[in-house]
Design a protein around this ligand. Structure first.
Ligand code: F6P
Length: 532
């Protein structure tokens, strides 16, 4: 399978994308899910390649595995767990069985409790010691931070609740800055941690508790917790009526649809949050029902596999022309790289190909004035993924939005078309001549033929954001199945955690660095001499 894919990629490597692009291709290599359009006509994939890629879905049994995931089978085999973030947005779907029991009553019950609590905070029925809550501080990291933080920023035009802050880093600079801007008497602290053991989160939570204790007599009353561990949240002193629980079949990086989304819900309100869930649910339905040729998440994954495993492009840029999506690349880094950054197949054998790509990016047009130079003229090809809305939220400034859209479309066009030497020469022929003209022109050549995908949607509403995030979740799923790995564990984060725990007493000077390697010991020595 992989040899054929690589051979095909090598065979068409020099073919110009532009030469293939007629009106038929533009229609045939675009797919619609609801009112979202994904254009992949500006890739070097032809009909035969697409058929071959879709054949990989059949060979690796993606449909059966997809159905198993939605049905609650324990597809996370290394942890023996189901993978059911889709149940959290199964708003009016049927029962979802895990271990013989329907999980939906519990899911719906928790969502109702979240709705009520969010409404109480927003209306002022739930108060802090100093009155109505003005600020919500979400303390969490990884999946307990990136999802709600990304979405809160993305849906900023819908905020009508208290101010929302996100603290994640154990670096005290993070929490200190946020707490400086809040009044403890009117702040609600939400400790978001699936395990309630993550050292960064628990350290920050204790810092917040001490900060609040200086001014508030009943500190626990202004804390809420989002976790799978009722025991640990109780030990921390948070009353069960402000604990929103979930099950271990919700992976951290897939968790913002449930309790981990509480701060987002408080910011935008339950109705908008439900619209967000409905958008994701619509993408779930599409993913389950659409033929592979029309299936947006499957095609998005296959284009990625073509570029990474076929063509050998090792990174992928996600470029939202939507400033409110500025944290989407960071969110996708966890979603994709923590899920598919694995070197071992499900059966324990080495992966026969590279794992998922490095994902990175920044909003356009900012990136254009920073790193696009490399994307256009660097020696490595970086497949790009553009996201763009037809409309922003600033109606009075719609002309600026049109300029934004023009830039987005221009970039994918420029990447595909490039500029050859003759054209480059004509651009500077009035300034130079002879050998100097050739030399100057060479610097102005764009190789072009660089692939991109464009995801276009009417406006970044809560519903559309739900569609986008679920699209990427299913993209990860499909890529994981085709690569044959487990997208739902994350053993690769463990070693660093263990070593950090062992190093803390060394850094504090309680233990010597004698058993450390020379480099680490010398760094500890340097930092201690400078006051660590
Ligand atoms: O260390 C990685 C990780 O386990 C992520 O997978 C997770 O999203 C994050 O840490 C936070 O975990 P928790 O929600 O349990 O605090």
């Amino acid at each position: 399978m992989w040899t054929t894919l690589k051979a095909k990629a090598a065979e068409v490597a020099d073919r110009r994308i532009e030469a293939m692009l007629d009106a038929d291709r533009a229609a045939d290599f675009a797919v619609q899910a609801g009112d979202m359009r994904m254009d992949y006509a500006k890739t070097n994939i032809d009909v035969a390649t697409r058929d071959m890629l879709i054949g990989m879905l059949e060979t690796t049994g993606v449909a059966a595995k997809r159905d198993a995931m939605f049905a609650g089978t324990a597809i996370n085999e290394t942890e023996g767990r189901a993978v059911l973030h889709t149940a959290l947005r199964n708003l009016d779907g049927g029962p979802v069985m895990v271990g013989g029991a329907d999980v939906m009553p519990e899911v719906s019950g928790t969502l109702k409790r979240m709705d009520a609590f969010a409404q109480d905070v927003r209306s002022g029925k739930f108060q802090g010691q100093g009155g109505k809550i003005t600020d919500v501080v979400n303390i969490g990291i990884g999946g307990s931070d990136l999802g709600p933080a990304m979405a809160a920023l993305a849906l900023a035009p819908y905020h009508d609740g208290p101010r929302c802050h996100f603290v994640s880093n154990v670096d005290p600079a993070d929490i200190a800055k946020v707490l400086r801007s809040c009044d403890p008497a009117t702040t609600l602290v939400i400790v978001a941690s699936k395990t309630f053991t993550t050292i960064e989160t628990m350290t920050n939570a204790r810092t917040a508790k001490a900060w609040m204790g200086e001014k508030v007599s009943d500190v626990g009353a202004q804390f809420a917790a989002l976790s799978t561990s009722a025991e640990k949240t109780a030990d921390f002193g948070i009353s069960p009526d402000r604990v929103f629980g979930f099950e271990d079949w919700v992976g951290g990086r897939y968790s913002m649809w449930g309790p981990i989304g509480l701060s987002l819900m408080i910011a935008i309100g339950a109705d908008a949050f439900h619209a967000f869930l409905r958008g994701a649910q619509a993408m779930d339905v599409h993913f389950q029902a659409a033929d592979w040729h029309e299936n947006m998440p499957a095609l998005l994954a296959l284009v990625g596999i073509w570029h990474n495993q076929g063509c050998g492009y090792t990174t992928r840029a996600v470029l939202p022309y939507d400033n409110n999506l500025s944290r989407l690349p960071a969110y996708l880094q966890q979603l994709e790289m923590e899920s598919n950054g694995k070197g071992v197949s499900m059966d324990g054998a080495d992966l026969p190909v590279h794992s998922g790509p490095v994902v990175w990016g920044e909003p356009g047009t900012n990136g254009q004035h920073a790193f696009y130079q490399l994307i256009h003229q660097g020696t490595r090809v970086v497949p790009c993924e553009f996201l763009v809305a037809a409309r922003g939220h600033e109606d009075a400034l719609h002309h600026q939005h049109q300029l934004l859209v023009a830039n987005c479309l221009a970039q994918s066009e420029a990447l595909m078309k490039g500029r050859d030497l003759d054209e480059a020469r004509s651009k500077v022929a009035d300034k130079f001549e002879g050998a100097e003209l050739d030399r100057q022109a060479k610097h102005r050549v764009f190789p072009g033929n660089r692939p991109s995908i464009t995801l276009a949607y009417p406006q970044l509403t809560p519903f559309v954001l739900g569609q986008i995030v679920a699209l990427y979740e299913h993209r990860v799923f499909v890529e994981g199945v085709v690569l044959g790995l487990n997208s739902y564990d994350q053993w690769g984060v463990e070693l660093g955690k263990e070593l950090a725990t062992a190093l803390q007493p060394v850094v504090e000077g309680v233990k010597t660095a004698a058993d450390k390697d020379g480099s680490t010991a010398a760094l500890v020595d340097f930092l201690q001499k400078h006051g660590v």
